[in-house]
Write a new protein. Structure first.
Length: 277
């Protein structure tokens, strides 16, 4: 997004720091923040109500930094960025720099700061169940995702019944896809999904075996990871129609960050091979 609101060198006298005198006496902090938000509606209508009021943002930042205390400016910046994004829903992402020009370093310097970029990230998940109340497990997972304070805009595909994958004899699966925006990192999102699986009673005993609830991160913006704990995009999605068919309902033009192929292209190619899973 090219539209931005920029606030530079907002001064706040607040009490953040590791040393007792920092939290006792306080010191000067300065904030730079760039808000990425769509300004066209306000610009076309000339209506403040359609924009993000930078005066309110300044007062909000000032109040937040004075009312809360953090030992590290890294923590202050992290929490400030997250709460800003929650307080001003029209802001899709931001760049925030928190400056500490009076830091107790006892050497000559002009400034010390931390700079972070945070925002709402688009993620797509695969969801499946083939044990017990399949519909119920899927519905409960959707409800839990919608209730999470750092997740919004949850949408889901229709559910399809598919044969099990991987050669293990078991019941058919109910499969679907979920789209959402989140402030969680990929690893935080994974941890939350694993919590939902555990709450549904999932036991990881047999590879590709039956499960009450299966949640996989298919895409997370353009994030790519090949770690053992987290592989994104999902490594075998191009060969799985039960992943691509529901996903195609939500994001047919979403591109795979490694191959450059859209979801629709991957599904079309898989259908042409006739090797459906």
């Amino acid at each position: 997004m090219a539209d931005q609101i920029r606030i530079e060198n907002l001064e706040v006298y607040a009490a953040h720091g590791v040393y007792p005198q920092e939290t006792r006496q306080g010191q000067l902090f300065m904030v730079d923040v760039t808000l990425n938000t769509d300004l066209r509606p306000a610009g076309m209508a000339d209506e403040l109500a359609l924009s993000t009021n930078y005066g309110e943002v300044c007062r909000w930042i000032h109040r937040y930094l004075r009312e809360n205390t953090f030992r590290l400016i890294e923590a202050a910046a992290e929490h400030l960025a997250r709460e800003l994004l929650l307080a001003f829903p029209n802001v899709e992402s931001l760049v925030l720099e928190l400056k500490k020009p009076m830091a107790p370093v006892k050497l000559s310097f002009s400034n010390i700061s931390v700079r972070i970029e945070r925002g709402w990230r688009q993620a797509y998940l695969g969801i499946g169940s083939n044990m017990g109340d399949k519909q119920g497990y899927v519905a409960q997972a959707l409800t839990s995702l919608k209730k999470h304070p750092l997740i919004r805009n949850v949408e889901s595909s229709r559910l399809i019944l598919t044969a099990p994958y991987g050669g293990v004899e078991q019941e058919d699966f109910l499969n679907g896809a979920i789209g959402l925006k989140t402030l969680l990192s990929p690893y935080e999102l994974l941890s939350f999904l694993q919590t939902l699986e555990k709450e549904a009673g999932r036991e990881r005993k047999v590879h590709w075996g039956p499960r009450t609830l299966d949640l996989d991160i298919l895409f997370y913006d353009g994030f790519v990871s090949n770690e053992e704990v987290l592989t994104v995009p999902h490594p075998d999605m191009a060969n799985r129609s039960f992943v691509l068919e529901p996903l195609n309902e939500l994001c047919p033009w979403q591109r795979h960050p490694l191959t450059g192929k859209t979801v629709r292209q991957m599904l079309t190619e898989l259908l042409e091979t006739g090797l459906l899973n």
